[in-house]
Write a protein that binds this ligand. Structure first.
Ligand code: ZN
Length: 389
């Protein structure tokens, strides 16, 4: 099987997981519906040439963007602080102001509206999965969300084309094809800034973040791979780095005077192949470790998981002992009373823990541990807080 990105042969097997929910962010109204959610397999493989990690068992026909899809992170103060910093950087350091900004996969337009307010911009979001009747676009006269793909067939005049956590979902068209389409819609030398952000594959393999392996992500990009892909689409990369506690990877690029694409460039992967090999081994050992820790916690009383996002849903679906966990906690009020795909647990609000405090709370994203501890203290809930990872 050839690499779907650089087209070189010899993909290496890394991790295999069977029967995970194809959508970690679709929650269900009843336990029965949740348990009947569509499941798929993950066969994660690594390309030793370009560094791509790809789920070769990915089957797009299993995916059906449901109206209940809700992966908005904008309820967390930690996340809002991160986005605020990013908006300031784009407006103040990159001069994204008094013009048009375009976002691929904009959802309801939360990020666009912040960019528009801070930089006096006008925003256009393209998102084929957006259903305006179910999730109304953000109330802003500066932002338009269109439920259609980015227009590769006509000229686009914008200061910025950006995406956050979109490229890793794309299969057909692929992320490279979409970026090439963006390049073809722009005029040579117009200077339009590209800002594209994905989960960082290096962070995932370095820290053994096995709960970040989810069906919705067909591809996982490390920094050299992401830079090479953006170059192969015909852009000039001007900067790249990690953010949000190193969990995210971003690349900034510009439309150069010439289309610079000349096949897929050679990629220096550094330590990545070694880290990926270790990740495969750590996947198994982490599962065993948390199996033991979870049994010990359950012997002492109720265990709840904090975070009904993809990490929490992965944890519940991959750990056999997790069937004894009855509740997940989430700060997003829209998730309250809904159920986890696959395993069926109910989601409660933090305040719901007051009447029946659990003995242990497992926080899926260690970045939120302080936030969670503070919230529990304020509610007078004396559970022991454990950070995943
Ligand atoms: Zn490759």
């Amino acid at each position: 099987m050839n690499c779907p990105l650089c087209e070189k042969p010899s993909l290496v097997e890394v991790v295999g997981i069977t029967s995970v929910p194809v959508f970690c962010n679709v929650l269900y109204g009843t336990e029965a519906e949740a348990r009947a959610a569509t499941l798929g397999d993950i066969d994660l493989r690594f390309c030793p040439s370009c560094g791509l990690l790809v789920n070769t068992a990915f089957d797009e026909s299993l995916l059906d963007y449901s109206p209940e899809y809700d992966n908005s992170l904008h309820f967390s103060p930690r996340f809002r602080e991160f986005v605020g910093g990013l908006v300031r950087h784009l407006v103040e350091d990159r001069g994204i102001s008094h013009g048009t900004v375009v976002e691929i996969g904009s959802g309801s337009g939360d990020f666009l509206s912040l960019l528009c307010e801070a930089g006096d911009n006008v925003g256009i979001g393209y998102d084929p999965s957006h259903d305006p009747h179910r999730a109304p676009p953000i109330a802003s006269d500066r932002v338009t969300v269109r439920a259609e793909p980015y227009p590769v067939d006509r000229p686009v005049d914008a200061l910025l084309v950006c995406s956050q956590h979109v490229l890793e979902h794309l299969h057909d068209p692929s992320a490279l094809e979409v970026l090439r389409g963006v390049r073809s819609s722009l005029s040579p030398g117009d200077g339009t800034l590209q800002y594209h952000e994905v989960p960082d594959a290096t962070y995932m393999v370095e820290t053994g973040a096995i709960w970040d392996l989810i069906y919705e992500h067909v591809s996982y990009f490390a920094e050299p791979t992401m830079r090479a892909m953006v170059e192969a689409a015909g852009f000039e990369v001007i900067d790249s780095g990690r953010s949000f506690g190193d969990q995210y990877l971003w690349v900034e690029a510009v439309t150069g005077a010439q289309n610079t694409a000349a096949g897929f460039p050679a990629v220096d992967l550094g330590r990545l192949p070694t880290l990926v090999e270790e990740f495969g081994r750590r996947h198994r050992s982490t599962m065993e470790l948390w199996d033991q820790r979870l049994s010990a916690m359950l012997a002492e009383g109720e265990v709840v998981v904090w975070g009904a996002g993809s990490k929490g849903v992965s944890f519940l679906n991959q750990m056999s002992g997790a069937s004894e966990i009855g509740r997940l906690v989430d700060v997003n009020p829209r998730k309250r009373g809904r159920h986890v795909p696959g395993t069926g647990q109910v989601i409660v609000a933090p305040a719901d823990l007051v009447d029946s405090p659990p003995t242990h709370v497992i926080v899926m994203n260690p970045l939120y541990t302080d936030e969670v501890s503070a919230m529990l203290a304020e509610l007078g809930v004396g559970s022991t807080v454990h950070a995943m990872g």
